[in-house]
Ligand binder design. Structure first.
Ligand code: COA
Ligand code: AMP
Length: 637
């Protein structure tokens, strides 16, 4: 897009956007100078293997050194690096940069003592305790590649990720704590290790006092004992283009995609974003209320804030119920948070419990300068409510696991722009967002089409998919040569504002969590009574979307429908996990299809959401829509 179209005045935002477009090498090299390089790059951008690009080729760079040791050596060792706040265990802990560096070095030593070396994968399956950040940084310190798996996934999903990443070691804890229940992680891990084909011979287990897990002699090691016995490990020399982590995210099938992030480009991009987008610097308190199992946690609980010398908050709790809808305001006021990031769902949950914002008034929120929302489309009502209640700018910004940092945002640290509720504002410097039609022609302002990003992508974005470069090309680069396909449909308006409207594939977004309906369909289809099925995401006032399964039974099945649907719900929970929030399956006589056999998911979604729809011209039998409409009632809450 043309950044000149955005405003008549020449702003800092515009200047940086143009610089990043015209000379990306010079722009990103200048940003990279703020970090410490063990060896400088030969080329800023290696274009030889286009459309696969590499940033900071030939350089050596240690992410952990830059996130921790660098600040201690600069005399800021006593500043707070990490605050752990856990209302679910009534625990608060603080780590200065010096203390965090020392613990990370010791855990890095533990990993080394367990035989973990450069390039080895380590799966981290931990709840929101300080050890999750410590483990990630410890891997980064020695050049091991971490792969964090979100705690809400069930054993078979964990097993899939273990088989894909082939770790030499797994770090876990005895349990996580969800409001009202203890989630025992160790039995889930034991089951996953049995299911996985890849054999893991070493597990390091953090025993939490809420639940003691049993240990398998020879394989399992006690975290505290092993850490106490370990020698601190120094920072290794690592190629800037080497993988820092692999993070699995949902694709359209049941096979998750392993997004690979490098060391050097990732750190450069995150540091830039902390200033340009989130408007924070050394000493500021930054809080992303997410989970380290998601990309938001990787980028903005762990790496981004620490690279920028901020104080980050690791929160083990919920927006509501731990203990009430004032939980976020308590944390913001207690630690003087300047920039706060969460998902719109969290705000909708708070708004539902405290619509007049009475709990907000009990806290001093004067430190809070900006609220950032991402992870799902933010409805304008939520933006307006948040603006009204908090009286700070509310920034809806857009990005994806693949991209690693915001691609569309209101760059508060450069030039704050007028908010248009429902729009994520403008492309961040480095991202050339465009809207193309099905044939690859650029669409004029205001017309909806496929949202793409012109290559090369800036640093910090995915280097490739783990062990699957062909998959990277097929899924993202081949549809429109020279462009990255985001998988979202959107509009760029005449002011240059981007509006992300929906996915173009079968991925759904439940409470800010990206889930594959294809993966759920695979589970439903495997049930012995099911002939065929479809899973659609229907609109939900709290979680944005909820999955609903439509199931056609095999002929001759006479078992009670509610027994079968209960089993289907249980199967999805046992296979994918509670996070799928799959609570409703409906038995239908047939699925609506086109004459060529394609299931009409979009039409069913419109019916379930109560939206008007046009009867698809290619529908095989229009009567089926009348038959299934009464069955698509909103799921029970
Ligand atoms: N370990 C184990 N189970 C987990 C889990 C974890 N780390 N995280 C969630 N779950 C479980 C929940 O207990 C719940 O189980 P249930 O079906 O037995 O109730 C299920 O997974 C769904 O969880 P969630 O999506 O969190 O829904 P909820 O109804 O418990 O809470 C909100 C609703 C709005 C409070 C919650 O979704 C929320 O905080 N959303 C913020 C979204 C967010 O941070 N997204 C990250 C991207 S920025
Ligand atoms: P994830 O990879 O889990 O971060 O999910 C990324 C997807 O979530 C995007 O492709 C969008 O579909 C959706 N998404 C994230 N942020 C936003 C936003 N601000 N507005 C609209 N959709 C969003």
């Amino acid at each position: 897009m043309d950044p000149n179209a955005m405003s008549t005045s020449n702003t800092l935002y515009q200047a940086q956007y143009q610089q990043a477009q015209l000379d990306p090498e010079a722009f990103w090299a200048a940003q990279a100078d703020a970090l410490h390089w063990d060896r400088r790059w030969d080329q800023v951008l290696d274009r030889r293997n286009a459309p696969i690009y590499r940033w900071f080729d030939g350089a050596e760079f240690n992410t952990c050194y830059n996130a921790l040791d660098r600040h201690v050596e600069a005399g800021r060792g006593d500043q707070l690096a990490l605050i752990y706040d856990s209302p679910v265990t009534d625990t608060r802990q603080q780590y200065s940069y010096r203390e965090l560096t020392e613990r990370v070095a010791r855990v890095a030593g533990l990993l080394r003592a367990q035989g973990v070396g450069k390039g080895d994968r380590v799966v981290i399956y931990l709840p929101m305790v300080p050890e999750v950040a410590i483990a990630m940084l410890a891997c980064a310190r020695i050049g091991a590649i971490h792969s964090v798996v979100f705690g809400g996934f069930a054993a078979p999903e964990l097993a899939k990720r273990i088989d894909a990443a082939k770790p030499v070691l797994v770090l876990t804890a005895s349990c996580g704590i969800e409001p009202g229940r203890i989630v025992e992680y160790k039995p889930l891990l034991d089951e996953a290790l049995t299911l996985a084909e890849h054999k893991v011979t070493r597990v390091v287990l953090l025993q939490r006092k809420q639940c003691l897990a049993s240990m398998q002699p020879g394989r399992d090691h006690d975290w505290q004992l092993a850490e106490a016995a370990a020698e601190p490990a120094p920072c290794a020399r690592i190629a800037a283009t080497d993988p820092l982590y692999v993070l699995y995210t949902s694709g359209t099938t049941g096979k998750p995609k392993g997004v690979v992030r490098d060391h050097g480009g990732h750190a450069v991009a995150l540091l830039y974003s902390m200033k340009a987008v989130y408007d924070v610097g050394p000493g500021d308190v930054f809080w992303a209320a997410s989970d380290c199992g998601w990309v938001v946690g990787h980028s903005y609980i762990v790496y981004g804030p620490l690279l920028a010398g901020c104080t980050t908050i690791l929160y083990e709790g919920k927006p509501v119920g731990t203990p009430d809808a004032g939980a976020f305001w308590r944390v913001i006021s207690q630690y003087r948070v300047k920039s706060f990031f969460t998902a719109p769902t969290a705000f909708r949950a708070i708004k539902k419990e405290d619509p007049r914002g009475e709990l907000i008034g009990r806290y001093d929120l004067s430190s809070l300068k900006t609220l950032y929302l991402a992870g799902e489309r933010c409805d304008p009502d939520t933006v307006l409510w948040a603006q009204q209640m908090l009286k700070v700018p509310v920034v809806d910004h857009w990005w994806q696991t693949e991209l690693g940092w915001p691609a569309i945002a209101n760059c508060i640290g450069l030039t704050p722009m007028t908010v248009k509720p429902g729009s994520a504002t403008v492309p961040v410097p480095g991202f050339d967002m465009q809207v193309l039609d099905a044939d690859g022609a650029a669409l004029p302002a205001g017309e909806i089409g496929n949202l793409v990003i012109k290559l090369p992508l800036p640093p910090g974005t995915l280097a490739t998919l783990w062990n699957d470069e062909a998959g990277y090309r097929d899924n993202y680069l081949s549809r429109y040569p020279g462009y990255y396909l985001t998988g979202d449909a959107g509009v760029i308006d005449e002011d240059g504002y981007c509006w992300v409207m929906s996915r173009i594939d079968d991925i759904i977004n439940v409470a800010g969590h990206r889930l594959s309906t294809g993966a759920m369909e695979e589970i439903l289809a495997a049930h012995p009574d099911v002939a065929e099925c479809a899973v659609i995401g229907v609109a939900d006032a709290l979680k944005g979307q909820l999955p609903v399964g439509l199931v056609v039974l095999k002929s001759g099945v006479t078992r009670p429908a509610d027994e079968i649907t209960r089993e289907l719900v249980e199967r999805v929970r046992a296979s994918i996990g509670a996070v799928a929030a799959f609570k409703q399956a409906v038995i239908v006589p047939r699925l609506p299809k086109t004459r060529s056999g394609k299931v009409l998911r979009a039409t069913m979604r419109a019916i379930a959401d109560g939206r008007s729809y046009t009867m698809p011209a290619t529908i095989d039998d229009p009567r089926i829509l009348d038959e299934i409409a009464p069955l698509l009632v909103p799921p029970p809450r």
